[in-house]
Design a binder for this molecule. Structure first.
Ligand code: AMP
Length: 329
């Protein structure tokens, strides 16, 4: 995950909850993709350190478990840069230019110049991150499937030149409801519409109070349509079945107003956030705990990365230290 700072409800249901479940069934690696962050945010790195800390604090708060999985920071492992470089030698430009998210972001992100070498190579770096651990499965949402597919193609091509080094990773398509933010667009830090895992109950209630609802329901006495209401989308994820039924029924008959409906939702979200915020507190009080977890995980990942790179260098025949010298055999 790119270090964007505090995480929101969209990150929780779109990523973290899936990862927590996978930790019990797979040997998992969770990492801070700080180099990936630089491919788009190269001009503004002032907040990088605190963003890493806040994000990993939220991982721990949400329930990711460093005893079950390895947490690390990408840039602390130069092996990832080396593998990225070697993979870039065999990755045709056309493959990268055709990646859907590349064109889409070039067109949509207007406040920064993304016509950069590093940005085009983003999926090659991602391939290096995945292949380094010889991953069998990569848990991603729909939007990342093409990147994993590209990783498979790069692995196949590398193996074709240098021998069977990398397995081809499978996509583990994760359930990722696209959670709306308070303005009805996808919940996102950059839209200023997010409810954060660390938001206290009164902030959650206040944000929900301003959230847009069924635009056709203008007065309290108008009947509403939950099918087009983003507040109802949040109910479906965070509320109990009886509450979802109640809101669904009583909105359509105007028995309840939008404020009543939002209060029920606030109660349910806050109840869900309570254990998360409780787990968050010791890490907030002592951020060194977070950095220690990252340090320990980074060293664990480093062992795997070093081993993979020994094998890669031997396959590419650039491991001169162990090569015969020729002169004396
Ligand atoms: P991002 O930092 O936006 O790339 O998000 C990190 C992870 O959270 C990705 O796996 C996203 O798919 C997921 N995510 C972000 N925003 C949302 C959202 N509004 N609804 C569901 N999942 C989300």
């Amino acid at each position: 995950m790119r270090p964007t700072g505090k995480l929101h409800l969209g990150n929780l249901v779109g990523a973290l909850q899936n990862w927590i479940e996978l930790e019990d069934h797979y040997e998992s690696f969770h990492f801070v993709a700080d180099w990936h962050m630089l491919t788009t945010d190269y001009a503004d790195t002032a907040e990088l350190r605190s963003n890493v800390q806040e994000m990993v604090t939220d991982w721990l708060a949400a329930g990711l478990d460093p005893a079950k999985a390895t947490f690390f920071i990408q840039s602390r492992l130069p092996e990832h840069a080396e593998l990225h470089l070697l993979l870039s030698m065999v990755t045709p430009l056309g493959w990268l230019e055709r990646v859907p998210s590349y064109k889409e972001q070039l067109e949509n992100i207007r406040d920064r110049d993304l016509h950069m070498y590093g940005f085009l190579g983003y999926p090659v770096l991602q391939a290096a991150d995945i292949l380094m651990y010889k991953a069998n499965a990569v848990p991603v949402g729909e939007d990342q499937v093409s990147h994993v597919e590209l990783t498979r193609e790069i692995a196949r091509r590398f193996n074709g030149f240098y021998g069977a080094v990398f397995p081809e990773p499978q996509v583990l398509l994760t359930r990722a409801p696209r959670l709306p933010g308070t303005d009805g667009r996808k919940m996102s830090k950059s839209y200023n519409n997010a409810i954060y895992l660390s938001d206290p109950p009164e902030v959650v209630s206040k944000k929900l109070a301003t959230m847009i609802t069924d635009p056709a329901r203008k007065r309290r006495t108008d009947k509403g349509n939950p099918d087009v209401c983003p507040v109802f989308d949040l109910h479906k994820v965070f509320s109990t079945a009886p509450h979802i039924d109640q809101v669904n029924r009583e909105c359509r008959t105007a028995e309840i107003g939008c404020l009543d409906c939002k209060q029920i939702l606030a109660g349910n979200i806050n109840k869900g956030l309570e254990p998360i915020q409780k787990r968050r507190r010791p890490y907030e009080r002592d951020p060194e705990k977070v950095w220690a977890i990252l340090e320990e995980g980074t060293e664990k990942a480093r062992k795997v990365a070093q081993e993979t790179m020994r094998e890669v260098r031997a396959a590419v025949k650039i491991d001169y230290s162990s090569a015969p010298t020729g002169a004396n055999g």
